[in-house]
Design a binder for this molecule. Structure first.
Ligand SMILES: *[C@@H]1O[C@H](CO)[C@@H](O)[C@H](O)[C@H]1NC(C)=O
Ligand SMILES: *[C@@H]1O[C@H](CO)[C@@H](O)[C@H](O)[C@H]1NC(C)=O
Ligand SMILES: *[C@@H]1O[C@H](CO)[C@@H](O)[C@H](O)[C@H]1NC(C)=O
Ligand SMILES: *[C@@H]1O[C@H](CO)[C@@H](O)[C@H](O)[C@H]1NC(C)=O
Length: 409
């Protein structure tokens, strides 16, 4: 904390943006990924299926515990300090979660750690609001849209499946087109497979990353360098590609992934500032429980993606947006807490300019207030915002991976 403060003070004379730890905290918003789960497909060891007894894609018991521990660190920072009431005052908080079970379960575990227990020793679990996955572009971004993949098709030279108009072939063609990201992943694996991952069966790359943090699992030692490094980098690249972020920048995909969330975060800040000091019904803590892809996309939009160091977000990875009032008026301090064992790390935004105005300006081209257009079928003319519950399926695309990997390209 202190060295950072000194840094910002010493730079202060150049960029004239000073902060003080005493600056009033007005609003805390957290965008957080669910906790530890089994891989979406396959198991890395012969005991994995027993450890991850809820099945592929589901939260593990370690996930339940880690979401809780992550909650304890937030309790330290925002509840014990008196910012939020320890007894849980309902209108001080707002918890939104994706309705995918692993996310809802993580949200319950995380939030129950925030507050004091009741006198009878029960956890105070706040109300958690959710929406059907198919109707929730805020927290369950649509990834199987057909539009917005032109750059990827071109860059990775993906087979372009324009069918000759045979009606019977249409659904197969839609299928192929909707899986551009799967094809891109296959190309990534063929062309950019890290050296240390060549000893791992490609269809297990995601499984070893998912199982690595689990204390009950012992991966074969020769897989560990890949699980710790290479596979995380490959998945990061894939994540960027899905989100249209970073090196795979694409405005359409980026807005679809995190445009609504960006606007929501900014609107919440505006609403809080609009509060008069006497009356304020705005929650002071807002939590958005969601998936790795929109955490990563939000990190990119708010100029913090470099904090990930090119590795895919950890379980319980969280971005924090603190709205504070300082000498120069309202500003946004952005932090990353990348998983349960990681500390809160400030982004360097405030060494540049993190006034609310500057942050609004930084993000305004990505921020949208209506769901982005998602074209779901080839003959669709009207914009659609509905879609299949894709997050479930997108990583399970990995299930077709070994097949694709060996036969498709
Ligand atoms: C699991 O694999 C390990 C190492 O390959 C082996 O020693 C062990 O006997 C196996 N356990 C079971 C239950 O198959
Ligand atoms: C919450 O619990 C702590 C001990 O863990 C206690 O010191 C504190 O007074 C409690 N707060 C309230 C509001 O009951
Ligand atoms: C600010 O407050 C005014 C008056 O209560 C209200 O009309 C307006 O919609 C508010 N603006 C925001 C951004 O919440
Ligand atoms: C920060 O950026 C805002 C918006 O662009 C600008 O109005 C303000 O002057 C800048 N502040 C500093 C200290 O550079």
């Amino acid at each position: 904390m202190l060295p950072l403060l000194f840094l910002s003070l010493s730079l202060g004379s150049i960029i004239a943006f000073d902060r003080s730890p005493d600056d009033q905290l007005l609003l805390v918003q957290v965008v957080i990924r669910h906790a530890d789960r089994a891989s979406m497909h396959g198991f890395a060891t012969n005991i994995s299926e027993e450890i991850f007894f809820r099945g592929n894609g589901e939260l593990s018991d370690d996930g339940i515990e880690n979401a809780f521990k992550q909650g304890l660190d937030y309790r330290e920072r925002y509840v014990k300090t008196g910012f939020i009431d320890e007894r849980m005052i309902t209108n001080q908080i707002s918890i939104r979660s994706s309705s995918v079970p692993r996310v809802l379960m993580s949200a319950a575990s995380f939030t129950s750690a925030l507050f004091n227990k009741t006198d009878g020793g029960m956890g105070r679990i706040p109300p958690i609001f959710t929406k059907d996955s198919e109707e929730d572009p805020l927290l369950v971004p649509p990834l199987d849209c057909l539009n917005g993949w032109e750059d990827v098709v071109k860059k990775y030279n993906l087979p372009f499946s324009k069918n000759a108009g045979k009606k019977s072939a249409k659904s197969a063609s839609t299928m192929r087109k909707s899986r551009k990201h799967a094809q891109a992943l296959v190309v990534l694996m063929k062309t950019e497979m890290p050296e240390e991952c060549k000893v791992v069966p490609p269809e297990l790359l995601e499984a070893i990353v998912a199982e690595l943090p689990n204390p009950h699992i012992n991966l074969p030692p020769e897989w560990i360098p890949c699980a710790e490094n290479g596979a995380k980098k490959l998945l990061f690249k894939y994540m960027e590609l899905l989100a249209g972020a970073g090196e795979e920048f694409n405005l359409q995909r980026l807005q679809r992934t995190a445009g609504l969330l960006t606007a929501t975060l900014l609107d919440n800040m505006a609403a809080m500032l609009n509060c008069t000091s006497s009356e304020c019904d705005e929650p002071k803590l807002r939590v958005y429980y969601t998936h790795d892809i929109n955490v990563l996309a939000s990190a990119f939009i708010f100029d913090a993606i470099h904090l990930y160091q090119n590795k895919t977000p950890a379980f319980s990875s969280s971005l924090v947006f603190e709205l504070r009032n300082g000498k120069f008026g309202p500003y946004v301090n952005i932090l990353l807490k990348n998983g349960v064992s990681a500390p809160f790390v400030e982004s360097d935004r405030c060494q540049k300019n993190c006034t609310l105005d500057a942050v609004v300006e930084l993000t305004k081209s990505y921020s949208i207030r209506e769901p982005a257009w998602c074209q779901l079928s080839e003959d669709e003319v009207e914009p659609s915002t509905k879609r299949s519950p894709v997050l479930q399926s997108f990583l399970s695309l990995l299930s077709t991976l070994s097949l694709l990997y060996f036969y498709h390209l």
